[in-house]
Design a protein around this ligand. Structure first.
Ligand code: FE2
Length: 196
């Protein structure tokens, strides 16, 4: 079974763009935080639902094949799936989690891991954009309020799909403000690694 460090190695083999590598690391951090948060909230669910290593790997590798798909969105996540299967035994939850973040590949999100990566992916982009418009370009200057203020501004970080972020409320039952706080804290904790 692939572990986190092997997943990290695979990610840097597949992705050469440093910003895209950092995006994977940011989503990993958010996924770990969400795994903790949701595990506490849903203590009645089987513990397999909240295997932190799996959540981390899904975050790290969700965009793994982005540079390899020749801008063909119908291939996105499928190349990563193939690479993981070639590497040997891999958790089906990881494969399905990666596929679930991309609309059009897997249309239903069947568990908390899948719902989490779907929403976390886009929120990490919005938070990064919020940092980059601060005078010091630092995550430490970003607040929950500043992210919420940018949220309805459609022209700001237009690529960060707001509807997808709102899956936090519709699918995870986490209010947007709380979701932003969890993700911002997680990213601020690794700001050095993210260079922000
Ligand atoms: Fe992503």
């Amino acid at each position: 079974m692939i572990n986190r460090d092997e997943a990290s190695k695979l990610m840097t083999e597949m992705i050469k763009n440093k910003n895209l590598q950092k995006h994977g690391i940011a989503v990993e951090a958010i996924m770990r935080a969400l795994c903790h948060f949701l595990k506490k909230k849903h203590f009645d669910l089987p513990k397999e639902e909240f295997n932190e290593e799996e959540w981390a790997i899904v975050g790290l590798l969700h965009d793994g094949d982005y540079e390899l798909i020749e801008k063909d969105p119908t291939k996105h996540t499928l190349v990563t799936e193939q690479k993981l299967r070639e590497l040997g035994e891999v958790s089906e939850r990881i494969i399905q989690g990666i596929k679930a973040h991309h609309d059009g590949i897997k249309d239903s999100r069947d568990n908390y891991l899948e719902k989490s990566v779907y929403a976390a992916d886009e929120l990490s982009g919005l938070i990064t954009a919020c940092a980059l418009v601060r005078p010091d370009k630092k995550l430490s200057s970003v607040t929950v309020e500043s992210v919420l203020k940018k949220f309805p501004q459609k022209s700001f970080a237009a690529g960060a799909k707001r509807e997808q972020i709102l899956a936090c409320e519709k699918e995870l039952n986490i209010p947007l403000e709380e979701f932003v706080k969890i993700a911002l804290d997680a990213m601020q904790n690794i700001s050095g690694e993210l260079g922000l």
